[in-house]
Ligand binder design. Structure first.
Ligand code: BES
Ligand code: MN
Ligand code: ZN
Length: 498
């Protein structure tokens, strides 16, 4: 996809399609009015005939509009003007791209960034348009013997803005939106891949690729290294699988060596059967997405590197399968983590926290400014927040607020749950320092409590993406979340640390 940004009004543009908005009921935006006067009331006529009244996400494709140099004009309904907020804008842009993708339009010019959106500036709109256009182009058909026969000829998108004074900010926004979307595509690809292909070894290979493309430092730890470091918790999860586990470390350096890095730790369970505490069969295929945290770390690093952000970022991915097997960890087993703390494994399906705890201890060696872990950690989080918000837990108010703000800026929502000490009691074990589960109550929080015991040495936040990383049902597929949130957070960190 090629992008352009132009200070322009609709009169002199030449493209396969111009896109303008119409509010309910029949109220034209400035750009629509301009096309209308250019064509001597042609558009107004069509609207007053009732072909489009401006209801949200309706569209009307016009050809050969008099005096207009674009071959087509796409009118898109915006809904009620008072209700036109960010989520409505996003939906409209999605409608525009899915409509355009089904026409023969090769290039288009969008006059949408001038439409007022509550609490959002032009740069925000440009960023969203760039991101959503790349997303509209995303397909995952590499595992089909013949690719889908969709024509998809849309190649070039020009975003028109009104005010030259906005140009610089909009250029930056365009770059950021595209980088976020490119990162999301990588995250989606890794998530959507079949679990017989996307193994820990495959993830390690992808990390090497990423390192080669963007000049990152990559380190892959295998079983022997894990044993040397005493990563008993990670090894305990890996022990049921024939696929060798990997601990993948990627380092992006956009700042001097002295600058402390932000460390992202992503859960990389490439398939979660539950282990000996085997999961029920329904929808078990979706447990291929249990490496979505890892995939979001890769995607975020890709976005950061593409933007050459002036910041240091380390990605750590503990990668393993969780399988039943003759050598698998059993309920009741007591294991020793890298931190030295012992853990009674009461349920082998609570494996994410076991691989994360060793990765979090390993993170200490980077003397991090902040550590954020990202994990499809608990089904309870899906029950609490559904598919809308990622769960956030941290005892650091400032960091929490920064993450919430970053999420709001890119409409990749997070919601904070408490992490009060009172919850810690639920992890008591009669036989080890702690149990790996806390019972049914507050399952998302007790999982975070478990992790908190391994993160005492730095600022830390935990993101539970169990509900937001992928969609189930007919639209089954990775969402690429929370790459927008993480990337936006790092952009803000890069600009405040300068
Ligand atoms: N990967 C799952 C969490 C999960 C389940 C995410 C369903 C998305 C959808 C995790 O490893 C797990 O199995 N968690 C258990 C924890 C329990 C045993 C304490 C869960 O949530 O049931
Ligand atoms: Mn599990
Ligand atoms: Zn899991």
């Amino acid at each position: 996809m090629e992008f352009g940004l132009k200070v322009a009004t609709p009169d002199k543009q030449r493209a396969a399609c111009a896109v303008v908005g119409v509010f309910e009921s029949k109220k034209m935006t400035d750009a629509a009015k301009e096309l209308d006067s250019l064509s001597d009331g042609y558009i107004k006529d069509i609207i007053s005939q009732g072909d489009l009244d401006g209801k949200a996400n309706t569209t009307l494709l016009l050809h050969k509009v008099p005096n207009v140099q674009c071959k087509r004009v796409l009118l898109v309904g915006l809904g009620k003007e008072q209700e036109f907020k960010d989520s409505a804008f996003i939906h409209v842009v999605q409608t525009v791209f899915s409509t355009l993708q089904n026409t023969g339009t090769t290039d288009c010019v969008l006059f949408l960034s001038n439409i007022p959106v509550q609490k959002r500036d032009v740069a925000w709109k440009v960023m969203q348009i760039a991101k959503l256009s790349v997303e509209s182009n995303y397909r995952f058909d590499k595992l089909k013997s013949k690719p889908n026969e969709n024509k998809r000829v849309l190649r070039k998108i020009t975003i028109a803005i009104r005010d030259r004074a906005d140009l610089a900010a909009c250029e930056t926004a365009l770059t950021q939106g595209a980088a976020i979307a490119h990162g999301m595509s990588l995250t989606k690809d890794l998530g959507n891949l079949a679990p017989n292909i996307c193994t820990p070894t495959y993830l390690a290979e992808q990390a090497k690729e990423l390192a080669k493309t963007y000049k990152l430092k990559v380190t892959i730890l295998d079983k022997k290294d894990m044993e040397k470091h005493g990563m008993g918790a990670l090894l305990a999860v890996a022990s049921g699988s024939h696929q060798p586990a990997k601990l993948i470390v990627l380092e992006y350096q956009g700042q001097g060596k002295k600058e402390k890095p932000i460390v992202l730790v992503g859960k990389g369970v490439t398939f979660d059967t539950g282990g000996i505490s085997l999961k029920p069969p329904a929808e078990m295929d979706e447990m291929k997405y249990d490496m979505s945290g890892a995939a979001s770390v890769f995607g975020t690093l890709k976005a950061v590197a593409e933007m050459s952000l002036p910041i240091n970022v380390v990605g750590i991915v503990p990668a393993t399968e969780n399988m039943p097997g003759g050598n698998a960890t059993k309920p009741g087993d007591v294991i020793t983590s890298m931190s030295g703390q012992t853990i009674e494994v009461l349920n082998t399906d609570a494996e994410g926290r076991l691989i994360l705890c060793d990765a979090l201890t390993y993170a200490e060696r980077f003397e991090p400014k902040t550590v954020i872990d990202i994990a499809t950690l608990t089904g309870a989080c899906v029950i609490a927040l559904g598919n809308v918000a990622t769960g956030l837990m941290s005892s650091n108010d400032k960091l929490s607020q920064e993450l919430i703000t970053a999420g709001e800026e890119v409409c990749d929502h997070v919601w904070r749950l408490p992490l009060w000490d009172e919850y810690q009691d639920l992890l008591k074990s009669n036989f080890a320092d702690m149990a790996n589960i806390g019972g049914r109550a507050a399952g998302t929080i007790t999982a975070a409590c478990f992790l908190s015991r391994f993160t005492k040495k730095y600022n830390w936040a935990h993101l539970d993406i169990a509900g937001t990383a992928w969609k189930s049902g007919k639209e089954k597929g990775s969402t690429g979340r929370p790459v927008p949130l993480l990337t936006r957070f790092l952009i803000s960190q890069a600009s405040t640390s300068k």
